[in-house]
Design a protein around this ligand. Structure first.
Ligand code: NAD
Length: 257
């Protein structure tokens, strides 16, 4: 007898995870591989992917390291083509690559703004467009999961370009979900709250971090594996009737006044 849990199985499916060399992306690639997917792990520096490839292959998974700069349309096209050639039809894209630039709004230069928005919003768009073109050409549909943020749902100081890019990504998610539903492509987003990774660990464990934690109803920061359930739901058949949704994974942070 088949179980409803079988719907989460990704065996035989091919996925691309952008920004897979660290933090949430690296963990998401391992999670998709653990669920059975063949995963193209993409990042700007291939040498940063060696350990992740080894970890996934140690679990009998298939990992394909690929160079990718999401801000460069030619690099995006090369990445999607190489993933298709090596892994077959791509049915999952996790648009995870992202950067933040913490600075007072009056100090942000045009270049600072462009770097953040080009990575977080235009980069996700270029990847989604390239993968959707591939899915449409092959006629098999698929699932796109955009890594947004609670800062795409509410604002805060010192990260204006980041907030703008993530709210843009939230509504891009909805727009593409509507347009591509007919092609069988579901487009959803995760909106994580504070997720502890190497780049923010020191800050989150500082006195300032402790006071932030008090504003999280579950009274702890998240870890990348707290995103696993929502990621697998959106990426798999278990989420087959979900599109255009933004799933908040934030310990209740945005529910609190
Ligand atoms: P991270 O810095 O560890 O990961 C970001 C990844 O994106 C890195 O691997 C980086 O190399 C890659 N990247 C940056 N620019 C790129 C480019 N031009 N082309 C290809 N790859 C590029 O940070 P993280 O915390 O793991 O963040 C991952 C995603 O999750 C980001 O989109 C971030 O905005 C989002 N997010 C993080 C948190 C959090 O608290 N950590 C909360 C909400 C949302």
């Amino acid at each position: 007898m088949s179980s409803p849990l079988d719907l989460f199985d990704l065996s035989g499916k091919a996925a691309i995870v952008t920004g897979a060399s660290s933090g949430i992306g690296r963990h998401a690639a391992r999670t998709l591989a653990a669920a059975g997917a063949k995963v193209a792990i993409a990042a700007r520096r291939l040498d940063a992917l060696v350990e992740l490839e080894r970890q996934i292959e140690a679990l009998d998974g298939r990992a394909l390291p690929l160079p990718l700069d999401v801000t460069d349309a030619a690099s995006v096209a090369d990445c999607v083509k190489a993933a298709e050639t090596e892994l077959g039809p791509i049915s999952i894209l996790v648009n995870n690559a992202g950067i933040a630039d913490t600075k007072a709004a009056l100090e942000v230069t045009g270049d600072d703004w462009d770097r953040v928005v080009d990575t977080n919003l235009k980069g996700a768009w270029l990847m989604a467009q390239a993968v959707a073109e591939h899915m449409t050409r092959l006629g098999h549909g698929g699932a796109i999961v955009n890594m947004a943020s609670v800062l795409g749902l509410a604002g805060t100081g010192q990260v204006p370009a980041y907030c703008a890019s993530k709210v843009g990504l939230v509504n891009l998610t909805r727009a593409l979900a509507v347009e591509w539903a007919r092609q069988g492509i579901r487009v959803n987003a995760l909106a994580p709250g504070y997720i502890e990774t190497e780049i923010n660990r020191d800050f989150l464990n500082s006195a300032a971090g402790e006071s932030l934690k008090k504003r999280v109803p579950l009274r702890r920061f998240g870890s990348p594996d707290d995103l696993d359930g929502a990621l697998l739901l959106l990426a798999s058949e278990a989420g087959r009737y979900i599109t255009g949704s933004i799933i908040t994974v934030d310990g209740g942070q945005t529910a609190a006044l």
